[in-house]
Design a binder for this molecule. Sequence first.
Ligand SMILES: Cc1cc2nc3c(=O)[nH]c(=O)nc-3n(C[C@H](O)[C@H](O)[C@H](O)COP(=O)(O)OP(=O)(O)OC[C@H]3O[C@@H](n4cnc5c(N)ncnc54)[C@H](O)[C@@H]3O)c2cc1C
Length: 255
Amino acid sequence: MKQIQAKILSNRQLQGDYFQLDMCAPEIAQEALPGQFVHVQIPDLEHRVLRRPFSIYDTDPATGRLSLVYKTVGEGTRKLCTIPSDGSLNVIGPNGKGFTIPVDGQKAILVAGGFGCAATFLLAKLATFKPIVLIGGRSKIDILLQKEYTALGCDLRISTDDGSLGHHGLVTDLLREALAEFPNAAVAACGPNPMLKAVAAIAPTAEISLDQPMCCGVGACFACVVKLKADTPDGWRYARSCMEGPVFNATQVWW
Ligand SMILES: Cc1cc2nc3c(=O)[nH]c(=O)nc-3n(C[C@H](O)[C@H](O)[C@H](O)COP(=O)(O)OP(=O)(O)OC[C@H]3O[C@@H](n4cnc5c(N)ncnc54)[C@H](O)[C@@H]3O)c2cc1C
């Protein structure tokens, strides 16, 4: 884990409330694994000192490029999208424990809700046997990175709650269908908690990335704890999502 001042290469709107930020961060890009995240200091938020966590979407270790995809939801992300392309950001990473990369020849099904498709992209990139990628969103405007996943050779399937693109319904409908085709596939997922809970019910061996709100991001403050089933007298324990996660085995989580 490194703390660096990263030069921004580009910070541009993808669609709707979604943006892509590319920065030069070779120390992090060369070490990043699928599902890990960076913790970003947002400049000029004097009254709010906490960093904001974002999944590492893509890297180019050769050039040192590190890319994030983010949605503007509050003060920090609204500030982030105004940072000019010649600026810089203080970034800590790569943080946390990511997804298991499928072994050669193993079929994987990646399930993403909204900006969750940023967290699963490196996994699709590194898998030798290209996965089925299921991306769900409320509406067409929430479906991101279609071209990028298709360019990797993934079998991309889309769902929207309002039927404006792809299957009219939930992404978990697509998961049931994909698992009927490939019952032994490894499943990895990132998205809102209700989606992850539904994925866990359908695919108990799935790996899921939890977007647990966090403060320090480096294991010191215990603000991001997740309740896990455990071999303790009470049958559970707390785990720091920033250190033991954000990726957990679905069976481990005490929903
Ligand atoms: C490990 C991890 C990876 C993440 N990866 C991404 C990513 O790749 N792209 C992306 O856009 N966002 C990602 N997030 C969520 C992102 O960190 C928050 O959206 C961001 O911190 C909000 O900051 P803000 O100041 O704009 O919003 P705030 O003013 O802090 O909050 C505004 C709204 O956002 C909600 N919010 C805050 N934190 C989260 C969270 N962790 N998850 C969901 N909603 C939240 C709040 O409940 C509130 O409704 C990730 C979070 C974690 C923990």
